[in-house]
Design a binder for this molecule. Structure first.
Ligand code: SF4
Length: 374
């Protein structure tokens, strides 16, 4: 499995909680897209196995026209080896999704739309400074569900002012459009964001971690009742519609990240492009990849493998662990997981060790207890 991630670093406006790399000015969009095409050509030998996924993330890729998106896909198709079936996902925001745009996208090579709904309540959307309102959220889903067989939507819980009843209404509203996939994240306060400032200045109430945890369990219970599998800490899928792109990350498969701030991984080295549009364009024009690289030590790779594996319902496949790492690390995992198996926090079954479904919310803490510290 291999994938290409394209980072489109433009947004209509800055959401108050966001610390991703993006610009709200589209002035240099053409130069940026040109540089991304050049980067694709410069790196077309880096993935040695067929691509199963192309993912447009950001930023807000739906600010691009369908023609601009298709040009990037065509370039990938003619310069990389593709599997017979490739998941091509575009992240989109409701305010970009007019009827014409959705119909155009449905006719394009995009076969999966990921829509940033976050909430169906205007109060939440305003608090987070989203560019869309509740009506646009509903209208976009109406259109998407008529035009796309496969789509996913993002929701946010733990928002100050969002009660459990509001949250349940948000979940049920989302379900009314019959998505096969839902991602849901707790609102987090990142450093140097507007949200952090607003909380510090007491303009917004702080995040209530207990409420967030409660809302996570409401989400899990409703979605499982509706036939969704909780296959990763923040992701739920119906009828096996797991996100191919993200599943490949969690399983440690290689991917190539194109565009400013995009990360790549070749199963040994991790690299990341510069998070600055102007410097990215300049460097690519000079024929230099604007990236930094680090080689993961064996134990760093092991810790990452344990962390990402345990965040999923598949957990750690012991045969795979054995084949990827030394006997010492394998034995370390078996030994360090034993007490948690005893306590029913971890389950050992059919050659795998995974977190008990009721404990998945605590996956990061559980996994870090199993880290190897040299
Ligand atoms: S649309 Fe997405 S990337 Fe852009 S500011 Fe909002 S959360 Fe960040």
């Amino acid at each position: 499995m291999a994938g290409i991630y394209l980072h489109i670093p433009f947004c209509r406006q800055a959401c108050s909680y966001c610390d991703f790399h993006f610009s709200t000015s589209l002035k240099h969009k053409d130069e940026l897209l040109d540089a991304m095409k050049r980067e694709l050509l410069m790196r077309n030998q880096e993935l040695k196995i067929p691509l199963q996924s192309i993912y447009f993330g950001g930023g807000t890729p739906s600010v691009l026209s369908t023609v601009e998106i298709e040009e990037l896909i065509d370039l990938i198709k003619s310069n990389f080896i593709l599997d017979t079936e490739v998941e091509i996902t575009l992240e989109a925001n409701p305010d970009d999704l007019t009827k014409e745009k959705v119909e155009e996208l449905a006719k394009s090579s995009i076969n999966r739309l990921s829509v940033g709904i976050q909430s169906f309540r205007d109060a939440d959307l305003q608090l987070m400074n989203r560019a869309h309102n509740a009506l646009e959220a509903e209208e976009s889903l109406e259109l998407i569900s008529k035009n796309f067989e496969l789509f996913t939507l993002d929701l946010i819980y733990g928002i100050p002012g969002l009660t459990d009843e509001d949250w349940e209404r948000n979940i049920r509203k989302a379900l009314s459009y019959n998505p096969k996939h839902i991602s849901a994240y707790a609102l987090t306060v990142e450093e140097k964001t507007a949200l952090e400032y607003q909380i510090r200045k007491k303009k917004v109430a702080p995040i209530d971690e207990n409420l967030a945890q409660e809302q996570f369990f409401i989400l899990k219970s409703i979605l499982e009742e509706e036939g969704f599998e909780h296959y990763e800490i923040s992701n739920f899928a119906k009828d096996g519609s797991y996100a191919i792109n993200n599943t490949a990350y969690w399983k440690g498969e290689p991917y190539l990240g194109i565009g400013p701030s995009a990360h790549s991984f070749d199963q040994k080295n991790r690299s990341w492009n510069i998070s600055n549009n102007a410097k990215y364009i300049k460097s690519i024009r000079q024929g230099v990849l604007p990236l930094e690289q680090e080689q993961l030590s064996v134990w760093e790779s092991y810790n990452e493998y344990v962390m990402t594996g345990l965040r999923t319902m598949w957990g750690i496949r012991l045969e795979e662990l054995k084949s990827k790492f030394s006997e010492e690390l394998f034995n370390y995992f078996i030994k360090s997981s034993a007490a948690k198996i005893e306590l029913n926090i971890l389950i050992k079954e059919k050659g795998s060790i995974y977190i008990h479904p009721s404990k998945l919310f605590f996956a990061d803490g559980i996994a870090s207890d199993l880290f190897f510290v040299p």
